[in-house]
Write a protein that binds this ligand. Structure first.
Ligand code: AMP
Length: 210
């Protein structure tokens, strides 16, 4: 099972990817999490990516394409995987297609920019493992502490309102055309945003026929 989760920043891709990963027994691959880990480790990729990310811009396709091809070749991906936040450009999608990777479904999480702007102000992520939370919708058991690894929960620098606006613009310009790309291949499954995380998961599972 190979799945892509498309959607604006803050649409709930990370949260849903984690739930689906458990449900389907396949790993989630988040290029955002891979890049944040690279920044923390101070690797050359991290150093290159940081200023793009802080500004809410996309990291260059060459960097992403190298990361993703290496990651999907790993042993734990042999039964499938869920892509969260990648591909984000037509060039990235074409590169996956050229490599012969065939997807079963491309789920597009549909949510308005207004709801995103509201939602992003409450988002928190684990500084250690990257798990996402929301102060109201998905609170951790203990405030400020990750349920999964005990890491500290922080607000991402790129979740500040000005940067969220820039990221939404980038999403509409660069990433939204992917809906047409995958619709042409008969793979697009649009899912309207639901009131709760659990209802969103159910809607996604229905959309992919599970
Ligand atoms: P995310 O955690 O998916 O919201 O990603 C955070 C930031 O990482 C984005 O705003 C981009 O700067 C960068 N990034 C993550 N995935 C990609 C990608 N597939 N293509 C380009 N940039 C990416």
């Amino acid at each position: 099972m190979k799945l892509i989760l498309l959607g604006a920043p803050g649409a709930g891709k990370g949260t849903q990817a984690e739930i689906l990963s458990k449900e389907l027994g396949i790993p989630t691959i988040s290029t955002g999490n891979i890049l944040r880990a690279a920044i923390k480790e101070g690797t050359p990729v991290g150093l290159e990516a940081k200023h793009f990310m802080d500004a809410g811009k996309l990291v260059p396709d060459e960097v992403i394409i190298e990361i993703i091809h290496e990651r999907v070749a790993a042993e734990d991906c042999k039964n499938g995987f869920i892509l969260d936040g990648v591909p984000r450009t037509i060039a990235q999608a074409e590169s996956l297609e050229k490599a012969g990777i065939v997807f079963d479904d491309v789920v597009s999480l549909e949510i308005s920019d207004e709801v995103i702007m509201e939602r992003m102000s409450g988002r928190r992520v684990c500084e250690h493992c990257g798990a996402s939370y929301h102060v109201v919708a998905v609170p951790p058991k203990a405030e400020g502490v990750c349920d999964k690894c005990g890491g500290a929960l922080i607000r991402r620098k790129d979740d500040e309102p000005g940067t969220v606006k820039a990221r939404l613009e980038v999403y509409h310009r660069e990433t939204e055309p992917l809906k047409e790309f995958y619709a042409q291949r008969g793979l697009l499954r649009p899912v309207e945003n639901q009131p709760t995380v659990a209802e969103n998961s159910q809607a996604i599972l229905r959309a992919i026929g599970r």
